[in-house]
Design a protein around this ligand. Structure first.
Ligand code: PEP
Ligand code: MG
Length: 883
């Protein structure tokens, strides 16, 4: 079998598409060599050797030694140097290189092949004795650290001692003799620690380094990294052995890194840093300040150190040419490593460069504009979730973060403000021109006005679909929920973390994308949506099959969603429309009334307001579909709690406080999420559904007349478990439609459908579809009821579940494909057997999560619906899912 692949001098046995076998680094070195780029010759020991090594009790394949020898001969032929030769020795670097970049593994050993004999040869052939011994001491130190696993601190100490003895301040103050002395002491140190001398045989050194790379594949850090990033152990790593080139041979030598485009802005300019007379590790070590590559960047940074463009104009020209060549060859922005040895450029690495969301967008659009990639490819190049970074203010990445607590990243973006502990305070202070962060144990529907007034929301309880999280996402406000390390005392108005305490007016910053709470005011950057955003979104829209709607009930949210490209409303939660100051009272009257007449009186107050709400939504949506869900409140959310609230309702209803208090306690539920909510309410109190249906039909007629385009409302019944429930409610809706048509003399079209958010509804979808004209999967409740995990109380243990690998992710954020997903698939299939053309959508929070959107494409839903600020994410995710 072939275990070793050579490259160099315009040819290679490997290719870029062999990264599974050769690792990312090895495959790209081979590709660069084949392109005729200046790559120091070398060879790659394949990942299959790694697998063999672990499958066979850490033994190498029998043919490996001979293949490595042959490869060394090949390198010797290309370089004119021989490994271990006393006169003209070949020195090599040894590097690991897995398929995916893998921090934690052994990285690099440089200058391998040096020993007491070859160091002298290097000294005379380079004409630089200091360089030779400096290379030797670096080699021993690196080898001792990563291969022999000796404590590098001991070596640092020796080095510092020699510097002291010599009165040297900088490493560079040590001359050749001093460095030779360091080498002697290093060798002593190794001999003492190991009980045998530092290996002088270059072959032994090489096999030691190869073994160290393979062993590091299974070290603790690599194992952890693999687990976190889902990298299978079976992939293995390759080992790259390459002739050394030296960036530290004087002022005509240098080493550096460069990106073919600016990785933070995406601008098309060579961007990077280099150091004259240095080896690769010096750039990373940050001991000397690196210099800019281009003159433009130097001027921009106001640096007094000359650029590569001026110090080495020819090298610079060749680097520019190489960068362009590599970028067009790989058709993506590249991250390059290079070394200049006595005026000659050598390329050591190329790979697709990491970049910010902003840069990703610009680069994708510009690469397509340049014809390097297609529009469809550009759509695939931007991470949908990264768009979040672009749509909200974010914390300046350059500033240090003083994180005092962490919670869930419930709604993205960052916000700064004074702490307030109640919605009243939030409204009052923000009315006075202050920016506030609403801090609560948890929020309830009564906090809507406070949430509106606040810049951001912080709660200590509640998960990704808790009230605070859902509403904040809808409003596009940053929210950190479930920050369990914080203690909030709403009465005493204190927020305590450990021994630190904060009170009303103290300033905090929250980062809803990272789930962090920071002390004080932290600098922000505002989003800027350049033209590329619109361009890429346009391309995404051409590709996708599924429609993208929004979950919205306020005109502001509906307009925002339209701006972001929503194609209708997939969920209008009517209960959210009832928390406005003027309404909650009437809602409470309705709930607390003990007979139908009482309820009807309260409903009569709500009807005109509700009708006006719908007229506005229909107008904003201008003929696009609007799905309105009948009232679905867990009742406790509406109940008056304080004495003042009870007295207010009592006065308004003309009932006694005592009686109301009793009624409220009758309505108290132990498990409100599974209590008197959803269609159960419409069945027990049909007048509520009737009022809502009337408001919808009258509004549809009015908006249709006003705008000239007919409105076909989609009326949705929540929390249905049986066909009978839906039949009863639909009959009421149909009767109301007839009545309104008769009164107004205008024809009205509408459809009636249901949420599928209970396992029984998913299983009985075939019969439910006899009545339902559409299904909308309410995956928040479906997740809650399928896993039996309360959506409001999950935060305390879900983190542990994910950390232990019991669940791959928070199922309220990313759809549980295996369980909830199977129920969705079943419902899709059974629903379609009854009603082939049944319209299918999703309106749980998963509608804005890219992985879940991909699932929706797989099962063939017609649309996804998500909060307004996630509409662009869903559009891009739907496009990628369709590619
Ligand atoms: C759901 O359950 O997924 C849903 C959309 O409804 P709500 O979040 O209002 O319960
Ligand atoms: Mg629901």
């Amino acid at each position: 079998a072939k275990w070793v692949y050579t490259f160099g001098d315009g040819a290679a046995e490997g290719r870029a598409d062999m990264r599974n076998l050769l690792g990312g680094k090895g495959a790209n070195l081979a590709e660069m060599a084949s392109l005729g780029l200046p790559v120091p010759p070398g060879f790659t020991v394949t990942t299959e050797v790694c697998s063999h090594y672990y499958a066979n009790d850490r033994q190498y394949p029998g043919e490996l030694a001979a293949q490595v020898d042959a490869a060394l001969d090949h390198v010797a032929a290309l370089t004119g140097r021989v490994f271990g030769d006393a006169e003209n020795p070949l020195l090599v670097s040894v590097r690991s290189g897995a398929r995916a970049s893998m921090p934690g593994m052994m990285d690099t050993v440089l200058n391998l092949g040096l020993n007491d004999v070859t160091v002298e040869a290097v000294a005379s052939s380079s004409g630089n004795r200091r360089f030779a011994f400096d290379s030797y001491r670096r080699f021993i130190q690196m080898y001792a650290d990563v291969v022999l696993e000796l404590d590098h601190q001991d070596f640092e100490e020796v080095f510092e001692r020699v510097k002291e003895e010599q009165g040297a301040l900088q490493d560079t103050d040590l001359d050749a003799d001093a460095l030779a002395n360091v080498v002697e002491r290093y060798k002593d140190l190794v001999a003492r620690a190991l009980g045998k001398p530092f290996p002088q045989d270059p072959k032994e050194q090489l096999w030691g380094a190869i073994g160290a790379v393979f062993s590091s594949w299974m070290n603790q850090r690599a194992n952890t990294y693999r687990r976190l990033h889902n990298i299978p152990e079976s992939w293995g790593t390759a080992v790259n052995v390459q002739a050394m080139v030296f960036g530290n041979l004087g002022d005509t030598s240098a080493t550096g890194v460069a990106f073919t485009r600016n990785p933070s802005t995406g601008a098309k300019e060579l961007y990077g840093e280099f150091l004259v007379n240095a080896q690769g590790e010096d750039v990373v070590a940050g001991i000397r300040t690196p210099q800019d590559i281009t003159e433009a960047a130097r001027k921009n940074a106001g640096s007094s150190k000359p650029s590569l463009e001026t110090v080495m104009p020819e090298v610079f020209a060749e680097l520019v040419q190489t960068a362009n060549r590599l970028e067009s060859h790989y058709r993506d922005m590249q991250d390059l490593e290079f070394t200049v040895e006595r005026g000659k450029l050598w390329m050591l690495q190329t790979r697709s460069g990491k970049r910010t969301a902003k840069a990703a967008l610009r680069i994708a659009v510009e690469l397509a504009g340049e014809g390097l990639i297609t529009e469809e490819e550009a759509v695939g190049r931007v991470e949908p979730a990264a768009l979040d970074q672009l749509l909200h203010p974010t914390i300046d990445p350059k500033v240090a973060r003083d994180v005092i607590a962490t919670g869930l990243p419930a709604s993205p973006g960052a916000a700064v403000g004074e702490i307030v502990f109640s919605s009243e305070e939030a409204e009052k202070r923000s009315g006075e021109g202050h920016k506030v962060i609403l801090v609560r144990v948890e929020t309830s529907p009564e906090d809507i006005h406070g949430m509106h007034a606040a810049q951001g929301i912080l709660t200590t309880r509640g998960g990704m679909t808790s009230h605070a999280a859902v509403v904040a996402r809808g409003m596009g406000k940053p929210c950190v929920s479930g920050a369990g390390g914080i203690r909030v005392d709403e009465k005493a108005r204190t927020l305590t973390v450990g021994s630190e305490s904060f009170t009303t007016g103290d300033i905090i910053t929250i980062d809803g994308s990272a789930g962090q709470v920071l002390k004080g005011e932290v600098k922000m950057i505002e989003p800027e949506l350049a033209g590329e955003f619109g361009t890429l979104m346009g391309w995404a829209d051409k590709v996708r099959r599924m429609k993208v709607r929004t979950n919205a009930e306020t005109p502001a949210d509906a307009r925002t969603a339209r701006r972001y490209g929503a194609e209708g409303i997939g969920l209008c939660r009517t209960e959210h429309m009832f928390f406005d100051a003027g309404r909650i009272l009437a809602v409470r009257e309705m709930i607390l009334a003990d007979d139908e007449a009482g309820r009807r009186a309260a409903l009569a107050k709500l009807l005109p307001m509700q009708r006006q709400d719908f007229v506005e939504l229909f107008e904003i949506m201008g003929g696009l579909p609007v799905t309105i869900r009948l009232l679905d409140p867990p009742l406790h959310e509406f109940l008056p709690k304080t004495d003042a609230e009870i007295s207010e309702v009592a006065a308004s209803m003309g009932a006694s406080v005592e009686k109301l208090r009793q009624r409220a306690s009758e309505l108290h539920e132990f498990n409100p999420m599974l209590g008197f909510r959803g269609c159960r309410l419409a069945i027990a109190y049909p007048e509520i559904a009737e009022m809502q249906a009337r408001a919808i039909f009258e509004a549809a007629a009015e908006a249709g007349k006003k705008t000239g385009s007919p409105v076909t409302p989609e009326i949705m019944v929540p929390l249905v478990a049986t066909k009978a429930e839906l039949d009863i409610v639909k009959a009421r809706i149909d009767a109301m439609a007839e009545a309104v048509i008769a009164e107004g003399g205008v024809p009205i079209t509408y459809v009636v459908g249901t949420m599928i958010e209970l396992p029984r509804a998913a299983l009985r979808a075939a019969e439910i579809a006899e009545t339902a004209e559409f299904f909308s999967f309410g995956t928040n409740d479906l997740t809650q009821t399928t896993l039996g995990i309360s959506r409001d109380d999950a935060a305390s243990f879900l983190g542990t579940y994910v950390a232990k690998g019991i669940l791959p992710a928070d199922p309220f954020a990313s759809l549980d494909r295996d369980g909830v997903g199977e129920l969705v698939s079943i419902a899709v299939e059974r629903g379609r057997t009854t009603r082939q053309s049944i319209k299918l959508g999703i309106c749980g929070e998963h509608g804005g999560d890219p992985d879940s959107v991909a699932f929706c494409e797989e099962v063939g839903l017609d649309y996804v619906s998500c909060s307004p600020f996630r509409v662009p994410i869903a559009r891009l995710a739907a496009a990628q899912a369709a590619l």
